[in-house]
Design a binder for this molecule. Structure first.
Ligand SMILES: Nc1ncnc2c1ncn2[C@@H]1O[C@H](COP(=O)(O)OP(=O)(O)OP(=O)(O)O)[C@@H](O)[C@H]1O
Ligand SMILES: [Mg+2]
Length: 286
């Protein structure tokens, strides 16, 4: 058996090199909030992220090729093609939230997109916008203009990344809305494969890479509850945590409620019982 080399640890995932061409991405059950990993894990969260990503990879190949080779039977490990990642985060926003809302309030624009006046927090945008960000090694990613992003990756690749990201978002947002989940915004990571072809990598359209909102109860003019992390956020707020590490331990009712929300997001979007996925991860590829 060839040696497997651990090449990196993210907040949530571990990265291994299988050989020259292939990586293994292993999603843990760690949860982060306000950019801090909490000491308590959410059982099966890594399986939900892995399964949902694979579900979308299998359905978006006609929009853009992706890195997925195979899922491992544990449901949390993805064998994928190693890509040379673009140095930008490809963010698409359909609604005004988070740093998009902050930038709009300060300047009337987001990443160089001038938006209509008078939009309120959580408003649906007239059309989805591509709002690239830098990949910060430490701390928060920073929003940049489309021109700055084009300088980083080259105009031709930038145009392709923008087109593909918008097409992926449009497809997924429409699909999810029919199933009761609004995808307010999401982040894609694109790279080049060995032939120089633009390829979708990382995780896609998961609660961790996206802002999911429950469609029922959606109301503009304020922040929306998070589909997946609201129990955790409410608990952290009530605990009076200052958002500096270490974060608080989560009590079992918060863990159970959060696990249920992740599983519910998986089942609503995929239409597949989560137990079926655990029994055989390949069900999401059919
Ligand atoms: N196919 C691929 N080829 C090469 N690198 C990849 C591929 N898919 C994902 N990656 C990279 O693997 C890493 C995944 O790690 P992970 O998301 O856990 O941590 P991170 O992005 O460094 O930190 P964060 O916790 O902020 O997400 C990212 O750096 C991502 O760009
Ligand atoms: Mg990441």
């Amino acid at each position: 058996m060839s040696e497997v080399i651990h090449v990196g640890s993210g907040k949530v995932r571990e990265l291994y090199a299988l050989d020259e061409e292939r990586l293994l991405l292993v999603a843990s059950d760690r949860i982060s909030t306000f950019d801090v990993v909490l000491p308590t894990e959410i059982p099966d969260k890594g399986r939900v992220l892995t399964g949902l990503s694979a579900f979308w990879f299998a359905r978006t190949r006609d929009i853009v090729p992706n890195h997925l080779h195979a899922l491992r039977p544990d449901g949390r490990s993805t064998e994928c093609r190693r890509l040379e990642m673009l140095p930008i985060e490809c963010v698409v926003r359909g609604y005004l939230a988070g740093s998009g809302w902050k930038d709009y309030r300060a300047t009337g624009a987001v990443c160089g997109h001038a938006l209509p006046e008078g939009l309120v927090e959580s408003a649906r945008l007239p059309a989805p916008i591509f709002t690239p960000a830098t990949k910060a090694q430490e701390g928060h990613d920073e929003n940049i203009t489309r021109d700055q992003a084009a300088e980083l990756v080259g105009r031709k690749l930038f145009d392709e990344a923008e087109r593909v990201s918008l097409a992926l978002y449009r497809y997924a947002a429409e699909y999810a809305a029919e199933r009761g989940i609004l995808i307010a915004d999401t982040k894609f990571e694109l790279g080049l494969d060995a032939n120089g072809e633009l390829t979708l990598g990382d995780e896609v359209l998961t609660p961790d890479s996206s802002r999911f909102w429950p469609a029922d109860g959606y109301a503009t003019g304020g922040a929306q509850p998070s589909y997946d992390k609201q129990f955790v956020r409410d608990f952290c707020d009530a605990a009076g945590w200052d958002k500096e590490p270490p974060g608080p331990e989560l009590p079992s009712d918060v863990v159970d409620g959060t696990r249920a929300r992740y599983v519910e997001a998986f089942e609503r979007l995929s239409g597949i019982p989560f137990a079926d996925y655990v029994a055989d991860p390949d069900v999401v590829l059919e």
